[in-house]
Design a protein around this ligand. Sequence first.
Ligand code: GUN
Ligand code: FE
Length: 427
Amino acid sequence: MKNNSTFALRGSICYSLDAETLAAEEHAYVVCENGVCAGVFQELPSRFQGIPCTDTGSSIIIPGLTDLHLHAPQYSLRGTKMDLELLDWLNAVAFPEETKYSDLTYAEQAYRIFTEDLKKSPTTRACIFGTLHVKATELLMDLTEETGIKAYIGKVNMDRNGPAELQEADAQASSQATVQWLTDISGKYENVKPILTPRFIPSCSDELMGELSDIQKKYRLPVQSHLSENPGETLWVQELCPDSSFYGDAYDRFGLFGGDSCPTIMAHCVYSSDREIALMKKRGVYVAHCPQSNMNLSSGIAPARKFLDQGLHTGLGTDIAGGHTLSMFRAIADAVQVSKLHWRLMEESQKALTFAEAFYMATIGGGSFFGKAGSFLPGYEFDALILDDSLFPHPQPLSVPERLERLTYLGGDQCVTGKYVSGRKIF
Ligand code: GUN
Ligand code: FE
């Protein structure tokens, strides 16, 4: 459905021009023309005179935030059972919870809570893992569609190394279920789209990867998965795939690692070698940098400065429930903080991220996976957040970027009083 409405929001507008530069204008207008941003103006151009305008007073208006990696079924786990490393945590915590989504009554209860919170959050776009269950994943898509948020959602594939209750019988069963899912949802949604979701290499046999490669080509699907997250996991992949030169190569052998016809997001990349990073650059693979999850699961610190310097597409993810909060503001602050530890403790040649760089990752960095999203430059999808930071009073006047940085650290989610996605008011 085309969004035929033209309107303006007025306030203190702040957005990224590029990875280093924040633009800020006080008492300015940002104009939405049929779902697309027409630009930021100090005075409304004559062609926009008389359009509806909401004056947000002293509120800050920023582009929407993209969560490039999270697991919807793990939302019910957030903030609990955080004392294990990845592989033990998967077996003891994540897999048992995901098993419950074979029960649609449980799935509906849990996914309603998740989607209601997602709607209220600062996230306007998201790339989401479901579970291996077809019906529960379709329910998640139905509920996410209703929020108005734009999302890629994946039915997870896994045919090995899982518990019997959370594993597909074999590659054929997994691929048939995937085709069933794609057939069921074909043409059904405006806001949500399918994304092929092999869980990670340890969960997917070569035969399954071959099947998924065929499905990817036939349905022209994007791909999301995990890469080089944890030392034990990375070693295990070497054992499982002795012919692959590095972890990413195990996806690449099946054509599931970027390239023009296979847009791909890989979460984490904490232990990506220079060769792996070079291939990601060549193939345009997106990194979903998930600093909070990397802390909670003791995974390590991803070299975010290196990703930026090498020109990799880099966005931020909450990785619910490796990460415990849905807050993309918190993800921005975490990205800056862990980059300081990386600089101080690991590689002094790689300087810490600035706030502007982490904000860029959360807006244009991840948003560009959806096309033109994450900025108020003309031609971008009109995704916007209105932020009232008056609940954090300050004794002196601050600049708009200072206010934005401050509310990011102090709890930005509480400040969101309005949200638009592609020009549509969510609340
Ligand atoms: N690798 C494979 N599955 C998962 C998961 O659910 N969470 C995280 N953080 N890493 C994974
Ligand atoms: Fe994950």
